[in-house]
Design a protein around this ligand. Structure first.
Ligand SMILES: [Mn+2]
Length: 343
């Protein structure tokens, strides 16, 4: 974490202490950090005696459904009325793992008009300026790590229990891809160690998150790597794409493509990786990079989307797959210097 004095933890503590009904909200297509940080904080706030609801815009993959209290999570896409009512009757909303309300997708229509006080706990750049307090820090591994720091600084450490530690550890493990990326700061390991001291089973959590895929997913991975991987050595770039027809052939389920884009980055000399997937009305784009290649800037400049410097995502609504890839290849010369600079 950056200098702790930058953040108004006193105000966070005050808002949480005053609140009775608290709603925890995360982004559209929630990932392990989104669900892990939300449910982690849920367990801590429940221990503090609060009435807490965790709200997500839409359903998330099976490999996250084992987290303690997962069944209490309200999915707006499935339970619109009750979710809306819970959001609007809460006196405090804590937004986790996203930087602007639009990232909640379909839930935006509820949040846009909501007047409850809001706290942001997040590690994406450029947070929207609408929150009562922002605990926004791009230097941490994950929102889960920042939840831990926030809880510590608010004096709620004694309210962390095994369930909370399990969820936060799962969030941290997801965003660091099992301590492979985003964890150059020793503090991340200190927090991981503190969470482990609650008695969680690290191997078990790792297995549930990373070795829990369907056979179809593995076959789709094999297919995309052998048939679709395209290397552009002159730009240290690799990309892959999957059409709707191909996804259907492998009986694609949400979460199946998780991690695909990272494989390209393990090729020697590749610093920038892209994955394009055909969805109903758009092309979903995922970018990953090494070093100084600003994937978030590239995606927000040429497509729509955002994220972190080395990991971002977005959508292309107007162009089809062929045109999207053509556009992608055509913008690379613009970034030639930075693409080649991180050997
Ligand atoms: Mn995250």
């Amino acid at each position: 974490m950056q200098n702790e004095s930058l953040f108004n933890f006193k105000k966070v503590k005050e808002l949480i202490t005053e609140a009775e009904n608290i709603c925890l909200i995360t982004h559209f297509n929630p990932d392990g950090d989104a669900i892990g940080s939300s449910l982690g904080l849920y367990h801590i706030l429940v221990d503090l005696g609060k009435k807490v609801n965790v709200v997500v815009p839409n359903e998330y993959p099976d490999y996250l459904q084992w987290l303690p209290s997962n069944t209490y999570v309200l999915r707006y896409s499935l339970q619109k009325d009750i979710t809306k009512e819970k959001i609007n009757s809460s006196d405090l909303i804590i937004c986790l793992d996203f930087n602007e309300l639009k990232r909640t997708g379909i839930l935006f229509e509820v949040l846009e008009t909501n007047k409850s006080k809001k706290i942001l706990i997040d590690h994406h750049p450029y947070p929207q300026d609408i929150f009562e307090v922002q605990i926004s820090d791009t230097s941490v591994s994950s929102t889960a790590e920042l939840v831990y720091e926030t809880v510590l600084n608010c004096g709620f450490e004694k309210n962390i229990n095994l369930n909370a530690a399990t969820c936060l550890f799962a969030g941290l493990l997801t965003d660091t891809v099992a301590f492979n990326v985003n964890c150059s700061n020793p503090r991340t390991f200190e927090i991981a160690a503190k969470l482990m001291s609650f008695g969680l089973n690290k191997e078990d959590i790792h297995r549930r998150l990373f070795d829990n895929f369907s056979a179809n997913r593995m076959k789709l991975l094999g297919y995309v790597l052998s048939e679709k991987l395209t290397i552009l050595p002159e730009y240290c770039t690799a990309y892959m794409w999957l059409t709707a027809e191909e996804l259907e052939k492998f009986n694609f389920k949400m979460g199946d493509s998780e991690g695909f884009v990272n494989y390209s980055l393990s090729i020697k000399g590749i610093h920038f990786a892209a994955l394009f997937m055909e969805r109903e009305d758009h092309i979903k784009i995922s970018f990953r990079s090494r070093g100084n290649i600003p994937t978030n800037k590239i995606i927000s400049t040429h497509f729509s989307g955002g994220g972190h410097k080395n990991a971002s995502g977005g959508e292309e609504f107007k162009l089809n797959m062929e045109e999207t890839i053509k556009k992608f290849v055509s913008i690379l010369p613009e970034y030639s210097d930075v693409l080649k600079s991180c050997n």
